[in-house]
Design a protein around this ligand. Structure first.
Ligand SMILES: *Cc1c(COP(=O)(O)O)cnc(C)c1O
Length: 389
């Protein structure tokens, strides 16, 4: 070796820049995977070695670990993760659609998704029909032969937890050669895994990570479709940070325990609200009088951790009720360890025409509650004081 390739001869700045990496002895594994918090990977001298990592925007082992874990859980061939749920949605649609294509989407989807399809995609010549979820049985009547490429939907819907019949929807789509894309965020990554949905999207920000400290999204499906999305994503660049992916992998270790508890508490709270004299309506698919109860019972493992309801105007507007929360934090979003509450209309329906809002049951008195991990008795205690006049 020449003098300056020897570590011992390096000057301080060189040693500080190239701290010695510690390889693990053979079979001596770390139980928690390391975070590959690096943008770049040095290539092996033999460039022919396959699957080398080069640049984190293209791929990174921490992101791959999360992607594989999600594919396995969701019963899909492959997954790609993104820096947010909405990045997963917009990257997916931009990957699959071109000028003059037409898509079917339901009115009861996440507001930013609706805005992207309704107000932004038309600038690129992509057309749409927005249908009320109640039109699902008549989906075929809205298909434009040779133009309609896909149908996009959610279940349970945001904010009032309507249930889409996934079997009917996927069968109609298959028959007509349409792709199905489901945003399954409200149900969680453990649900709907045996349906033949082409692509399943999640905001990992919610139940998957579960701790309210990162934003992330994912889309899962066949190798072919994910490759197509991955290809465009390299140019769109909404890459998830490896440290955020690590936090999600950590969150997933307790996923089952969290969602089981949240669904159990949500049912308890829905039943409490149902009996409350000042509550006019409760929307929770686990209540037997919910219009989607029978379908939900068949297609879901549990009914989820979100409850929506409408209060009597004598209690004040939804916004004022949210402000009274102590344990229940006044904010958007769902799927945190902490319980979160928000007014539904202002957060999710203010872009809709009046007639749609009314049909969707969105008023100044509508609220949405995401149940956290607190003791349900304490949560009911907080609701009790919030609902006192
Ligand atoms: C939150 C949410 C999104 C968007 O996810 P972000 O991580 O906030 O970008 C998409 N769909 C649904 C149903 C959501 O609840």
């Amino acid at each position: 070796m020449t003098k300056n390739t020897q570590r011992s001869s390096w000057k301080r700045s060189t040693r500080l820049t190239h701290a010695k990496q510690i390889p693990l002895p053979e079979k001596n594994e770390s139980i928690v995977s390391p975070i590959y918090q690096t943008a770049k990977f040095a290539l092996a001298p033999d460039l022919a070695i396959p699957d080398q990592f080069i640049y984190t925007r293209i791929s990174n082992p921490t992101l791959r670990e999360l992607e594989d874990c999600l594919s396995e859980t969701m019963n899909k061939e492959d997954t790609i993760v993104f820096a947010s749920g909405i990045a997963a949605i917009t990257s997916t649609l931009l990957s699959l659609l071109s000028q003059d294509d037409h898509i079917l989407i339901f009115r009861e989807v996440y507001k930013p998704t609706r805005i992207f399809v309704r107000d932004i995609l038309p600038r690129f010549g992509v057309k749409h029909t927005i249908l009320p979820l109640s039109e699902l049985p008549r989906l075929e009547e809205h298909i434009q032969t040779g133009k309609t490429r896909l149908v996009y939907f959610e279940s349970p819907t945001n904010p009032n937890l309507q249930i889409a019949d996934i079997k009917t929807l996927t069968e109609t789509a298959k028959k007509n050669n349409l792709l199905t894309i489901m945003d399954s965020t409200f149900a969680g990554i453990h649900q709907h895994v045996h349906y033949s949905l082409d692509l399943v999207i999640h905001s990992l920000t919610k139940f998957a990570n579960g701790h309210g400290d990162v934003t992330a999204g994912s889309v899962s499906g066949s190798k072919t479709l994910i490759a197509k999305i991955r290809h465009l994503s390299i140019f769109l660049g909404a890459t998830l940070d490896p440290h955020a992916a690590f936090l999600i992998l950590r969150g997933l270790k307790t996923y089952d325990l969290r969602v089981e508890r949240q669904a159990k508490s949500a049912l308890e709270i829905a039943r409490y609200l149902k009996k409350h004299p000042k509550i006019k309506k409760v929307y929770y698919p686990g209540l037997e009088d919910h219009p989607g109860y029978e379908i939900a019972k068949n297609q879901m493992e549990d009914f989820g951790g979100i409850v929506a309801f409408e209060v009597d105007p004598s209690l004040g507007r939804a916004v004022d009720i949210c402000k009274r929360g102590q344990l229940l934090k006044f904010t958007a979003s769902v799927g945190s360890t902490e319980s979160l509450i928000c007014p539904s209309l202002q957060f999710f329906g203010d872009d809709l025409p009046e007639a749609d809002r009314l049909e969707m049951g969105l008023h100044d008195y509508s609220l949405r509650l995401s149940v956290g991990l607190e003791d349900p008795e304490d949560l009911i205690g907080d609701l009790e004081q919030m609902l006192r006049t």
